[in-house]
Design a protein around this ligand. Structure first.
Ligand SMILES: Cc1cc2nc3c(=O)[nH]c(=O)nc-3n(C[C@H](O)[C@H](O)[C@H](O)COP(=O)(O)OP(=O)(O)OC[C@H]3O[C@@H](n4cnc5c(N)ncnc54)[C@H](O)[C@@H]3O)c2cc1C
Length: 404
């Protein structure tokens, strides 16, 4: 029998395997992944500086241990190049090693799970150092960023422990989390965003103002209504010069782009599988191809009104339902309410966002110390909430009164 095959060793891939093994201990599983297969919690990438954790310390379980515990055949450092959904095969390319050149192989699968994640959106920038912009969406990206900050200082600093200056493009969830974390790690941070305040797509304006003030109070320097236009440096080991659309210039040791993610759909799309904002899956996480499923940051869920949901809780729920389906019990995915915690210790924030485009309005509760908003839809049904600061303790209470 051909194995159950998973592409991608992120949270979605590994969690699906873990859930499947609870139901079926014998079916052979092959996990093919472009990275080394180590298991880590991606959310820890944006609070590592405050905790003084190195990239190595962020690995929760080495790939070899995962393989042994879950009885999986791992093909690490292996890129899936193409799928043939009619023949139920994939073509993979194993990286070259000291002993062997790169080689292509065809693998047959019985059922296939696409857990290929997403990739950072890049915008074209001018300047001779535009290629030095970094993004962080995996442990390897984080290692590169970590090395840049540990390198000999350029903005006036001289030793590897000195404070560095980072310009962050984007004041969304990831940009705000890194801003807070870098400040806690002793660095200087500028955040540049075309909107008028942070988290503009997620929070009511008054909540955004609170986050803005809290992060400014710990040292974040905001540049709203502007974008990064160009990045230059006169010569290596000199500071980067960042020119904004409003004409202002900043100097920094690093530029981090956090302007959003795009689902990895190229592989599925080339195989003729229906893709829109992500790989389109039905309530059983099946794609438009027979025996091919998808979940995680690469998926666009029918169970979420055709949305992508690039967060941990959707993956945990999707992996449980998918594992049952793969093990033979067709199980539709029903998402519960899944509030997201924004890791900004300067002002802890929890958001249960209403569906995009839902008609309604944010209403602020008159509570002591402020910090609670409910989104009421046109029929006055509570369809989302935001809590900040001490009010985050009311997460369970407001979850109970929010319609899913
Ligand atoms: C900095 C940061 C902080 C976050 N914090 C939070 C948080 O606090 N709370 C929260 O809910 N969510 C958070 N998220 C989001 C959450 O971490 C992600 O939704 C989740 O980790 C995505 O997992 P995934 O397995 O779908 O994708 P990924 O982790 O991206 O895994 C994709 C896998 O696919 C492999 N792959 C891709 N293409 C191929 C190919 N062609 N061949 C072989 N392998 C391939 C990759 O190598 C990788 O192993 C955060 C995200 C980031 C970036």
């Amino acid at each position: 029998m051909n194995p159950l095959t998973i592409i991608g060793a992120g949270l979605a891939g590994w969690t699906t395997i873990r859930e499947f093994r609870k139901l079926d201990t014998t079916t052979p599983i092959v996990l093919v992944t472009a990275d080394n297969g180590d298991f880590y919690a991606k959310p820890s990438l944006s609070n590592a500086f405050a905790q003084k954790r190195t990239p190595d310390q962020l690995v929760s379980t080495q790939a070899a241990k995962m393989v042994e515990t879950l009885n999986v055949s791992l093909m690490a450092h292996t890129q899936v190049l193409a799928l043939d959904t009619a023949a139920q095969t994939l073509t993979v390319r194993t990286s070259a090693t000291a002993d062997a050149p790169a080689s292509d192989t065809t693998l047959a699968y019985s059922q296939l799970v696409l857990a290929t994640g997403a990739q950072p959106i890049r915008v074209p920038l001018a300047g001779n150092a535009a290629d030095q912009v970094l993004s962080i969406n995996n442990l390897e990206d984080f290692s590169s960023f970590f090395s840049v900050l540990k390198a000999h200082g350029t903005c006036g600093s001289s030793s590897e422990n000195d404070s560095k200056t980072v310009v962050i493009m984007g004041a969304g969830l990831i940009g705000c989390e890194f801003a807070n974390d870098l400040i806690q790690g002793g660095h200087q941070v500028h955040v540049v965003d075309p909107m008028a305040q942070p988290l503009a797509a997620l929070l009511p304006a008054a909540a955004g103002t609170q986050v803005q003030a809290a992060l400014a109070a710990v040292g974040v320097q905001w540049h709203f209504g502007a974008t990064v236009q160009s990045i230059d440096n006169a010569e290596p080991s000199t500071p980067l010069r960042i020119t904004l659309s409003n004409g202002q210039t900043l100097q920094a040791d690093a530029v981090l782009s956090a302007i959003g993610l795009r689902a990895n759909t190229a592989l599925a799309s080339a195989a003729g599988i229906a893709c829109e904002r992500g790989i389109v899956v039905d309530a059983h996480l099946q794609t438009s191809a027979n025996a091919v499923f998808a979940l995680g940051d690469c998926a666009q869920y029918a169970s979420a009104g055709q949305r992508t949901l690039p967060y941990v809780m959707p993956i945990m729920n999707a992996a449980r339902a998918l594992a049952a389906t793969l093990a033979g019990t067709a199980t539709p995915l029903v998402f519960p309410l899944m509030p997201v915690t924004i890791k900004t210790p300067a002002l802890p924030t929890v958001v249960a966002a209403p569906a995009p485009g839902l008609a309604g309005e944010w209403q602020e509760e008159t509570v002591e110390a402020g910090g609670a908003w409910r989104f009421m839809n046109a029929a006055q049904v509570q369809s989302g909430f935001v809590l900040t600061g001490k009010q985050t303790a009311r997460r369970m209470e407001l979850s109970k009164t929010t319609a899913v």
